[in-house]
Ligand binder design. Structure first.
Ligand code: NAD
Length: 422
């Protein structure tokens, strides 16, 4: 299909490969496909403009197709300069008539000019992964705030930023926190990020994980997934945490728990998953072993103090694609993967489609819910309604051909009563 849309992608000639890969992902996304079919019939988003700022992957392409099927006019930009799959961007423009502004490896200026281009679309709905579109709208595009019905937010870090905005009384429109849906973070953050982070580290470095000391910083949803997958590959996993409850959980799950200052001395591979800043500092790096590998899978590339690493180094060079070698004064070499950006998206392909099926079913249904409740929601951060969350779980089980038991009337009555204790 020849496009009439505005766009900025690497090369439209990559579209055929993108189409093939989008359809491969689609096979693993039956819940989203069912929603797409219903949207096609019911057109719940007809006439609404959506500006989406998400990782431009095959799974996101299937979400864009679903929103379009529902009648929306969609513009997509990247939520990270390194996570764009250029063939997918090309396919969205060429085959699916979606305006895309995203090029893998774009510099910071281009990255932000692409976000501005998405905001130029004058959205009724925003869809963020890290709150970048909302950030722009709340800083120098405030005149558009009043036109926006609601926004959705995909990730933990974005939700934290938006709750801070709400806390300051400065949130300009309602937000539905897709990350807070159980069918999102229990599966996407844990199993999706867990597997794809290990995949990213392996693709970038080709190191054997068996027998290595693998340090995971943060034992939240993402950290738990990374830790369990690294253990599954034979690593001795060490967890660094700041929250006593999470640290205790890591201990009971059988992991060694150490402060980062101690873990730094013995770790072979480090992976941050906290959403926090400077979790690995120059002081930690100064203690690391020759050959230590540093990666991050948290949202922003601030978890590893990269300026500190650069100032400690006397020399640096590209060791492999996505791996930079930093030589310290005493000759030790440290290896930074993917510039400290989300390693699963920068060096691999992001989450497997099967989990993104649920995350993006939440996105599509949250958009529909926002339109149905236009004008009724307050300028607050909402969780995805429980009915939507449970319906996605039910649909997912059905597509996996898994039946579950149903409460009998007697059991339902028993569980709802306080006086039937015997
Ligand atoms: N790579 C991906 O594809 C992907 C997917 C989902 C989420 N994320 C991002 O991963 C990050 C973590 O998400 P989550 O859902 O696990 O969050 P979470 O809030 O469940 O867990 C974060 C954990 O990090 C701990 N922590 C904070 N500061 C720390 C420090 N200085 N040292 C050690 N531990 C520290 C917290 O106590 C918490 O237990 C966020 O930035 C989120 O946006 C990335």
């Amino acid at each position: 299909m020849a496009t009439t849309k505005r766009f900025d992608v690497k090369d439209l000639a990559l579209a055929a490969e993108g189409i093939r890969r989008i359809s491969w992902a689609d096979r693993q996304m039956p819940v989203l496909a069912a929603i797409r079919e219903r949207f096609e019939n019911e057109q719940p988003l007809n006439g609404y403009r959506i500006s989406a700022c998400l990782h431009v992957t095959t799974e996101t392409a299937n979400l864009m197709r679903t929103l379009k099927a529902g009648g929306a006019d969609v513009v997509l930009c990247a939520s990270n300069p390194l996570s764009t799959q250029d063939d997918v961007a090309a396919a969205l423009v060429e085959e699916y008539d979606v305006s895309v502004f995203a090029i893998k490896g774009e510099d910071n200026d281009t990255y932000y000019s692409h976000i501005e281009a998405a905001v130029d679309h004058k959205p009724h709905l925003t869809m963020d992964d890290g709150a970048d579109v909302i950030g722009v709208l709340h800083s120098h595009r405030r005149e558009q705030l009043g036109d926006i019905i609601a926004g959705t937010e995909e990730t933990t870090t974005g939700v934290i930023r938006l709750k801070a905005l709400e806390g300051d009384g400065a949130l300009g429109f309602p937000i539905i926190a897709v990350n807070e849906a159980k069918t999102k973070h229990l599966f996407d953050n844990r199993y999706g990020t867990g597997q794809s982070t290990i995949d990213g580290i392996i693709r970038a470095t080709n190191v054997l994980l068996a027998g290595k000391r693998f340090v995971v910083a943060g034992y939240g949803w993402v950290g738990r997934g990374v830790a369990s997958r690294a253990r599954g590959m034979g690593s001795h996993v060490i967890v660094a945490e700041v929250d006593p409850m999470r640290a205790l959980e890591a201990v009971m799950d059988g992991f060694e728990v150490l402060p980062m200052a101690k873990a730094a001395e013995i770790g072979d591979i480090f992976c941050t998953a906290t959403g926090d800043k400077h979790v690995i500092t120059g002081e930690h790096m100064a203690k690391m072993k020759d050959g230590a590998i540093l990666a991050n899978t948290g949202h922003f590339n601030v978890e590893i103090d990269i300026p500190a690493l650069k100032s400690l180094a006397v020399e640096s060079r590209a060791a492999r694609e996505f791996v930079e070698e930093f030589t310290l004064e005493d000759g030790r070499r440290l290896y930074l993967v993917a510039d400290g950006r989300l390693v699963n998206l920068a060096a691999a392909e992001g989450h497997p489609a099967l989990v993104m099926d649920m995350s993006f079913a939440n996105q599509a249904l949250a958009a529909e819910y926002a339109v149905q409740n236009a004008g009724k929601l307050e300028k607050k951060v909402y969780v995805v309604p429980d009915e939507i969350d449970r319906e996605i779980a039910r649909l997912k089980l059905a597509t996996m051909d898994i039946d579950i038991d149903v409460l009998t009337e007697e059991q339902a009555k028993y569980l709802a009563s306080w006086d039937e204790g015997t």
